[in-house]
Design a protein around this ligand. Structure first.
Ligand code: PMT
Length: 221
């Protein structure tokens, strides 16, 4: 049994994948199941933290002793995370957030027209929630953790992303159609803004979650 080293702390975890609607029946989405974020929420609660879990489109059982806020889109996820982060000691962004959303939402189902080419899909940028909370720091000493889902040049891309987002820790994991998304296991390197690198070998998502909380707890002091 672990020490309740997060007792008295409020932590916010985002999990799952956002869905950006095109019309009443279609959306742009991604392959995140929410399992890594839920593992973070469960392990933080077991270590004594008060946990707010912002869950985007997940179908997992509610973890016990955790406050859940359900969201659909990136804009809704931003609102929920900003609200919960206001008094949080740490925020961990494990959700896969869409960088873009359709510029327009069609109130009725988009129909195909005989003999016509499809209309090009126009996208606009979504807000970058991790960069925003890292720049604003709702609370002094707040520890902010991002995840980076990469398919190649994993570490180099991770370092660049850490600098661009301005968070304290970035968990870099490799993803693919059948890799990491939806699985019970993960493998990662946790990069610190202080130059540190913590490798986490292939194993259950809970084990990676525990390492993340170890590094957060160290920084909270
Ligand atoms: O859910 P699982 O099936 O268990 O899979 C876990 C996971 C692969 C989804 C998870 O481990 C993971 O890597 N999550 C982050 C996915 C992601 O969006 O990565 P990214 O490299 O596109 O974004 C980098 C960081 O910025 C992330 O912390 C993301 O939450 C955040 N972000 C991204 C875009 C945006 N508009 N706003 C953000 O805050």
């Amino acid at each position: 049994v672990r020490e309740p080293d997060l007792a008295g702390r409020h932590v916010v975890v985002s999990a799952g994948g956002t869905r950006e609607p095109l019309d009443p029946v279609r959306f742009l989405g991604n392959r995140s199941s929410g399992k890594q974020g839920y593992a973070l929420a469960r392990t933080a609660a077991a270590r004594g933290a008060r946990v707010t879990l912002v869950a985007a489109n997940t179908h997992l059982a509610d973890p016990a002793g955790v406050d859940i806020v359900r969201v659909g889109t990136a804009v809704q996820l931003r609102e929920a995370v900003l609200k919960a982060a206001a008094d949080a000691d740490a925020v961990v962004m494990a959700a896969a957030v869409a960088d873009f959303r359709p510029a327009e939402y069609a109130a009725g189902k988009i129909k195909k027209k005989d003999g016509q080419e499809p209309e090009p899909l126009v996208l606009v940028r979504n807000p970058d929630i991790l960069a925003e909370i890292s720049a604003e720091r709702a609370r002094a000493g707040q520890v902010i953790v991002g995840f980076a889902a990469e398919t190649d040049d994993v570490l180099a891309n991770g370092r660049t992303k850490l600098a661009r987002k301005g968070c304290d820790l970035l968990v870099v994991n490799e993803v693919g159609e059948r890799r990491t998304f939806g699985s019970e296991e993960n493998e990662a390197v946790v990069l610190g803004a202080d130059g540190s690198e913590t490798p986490v070998p292939y194993g259950p998502k809970e084990a990676l979650a525990e390492t993340v909380w170890d590094l957060v707890a160290e920084r909270l002091g």
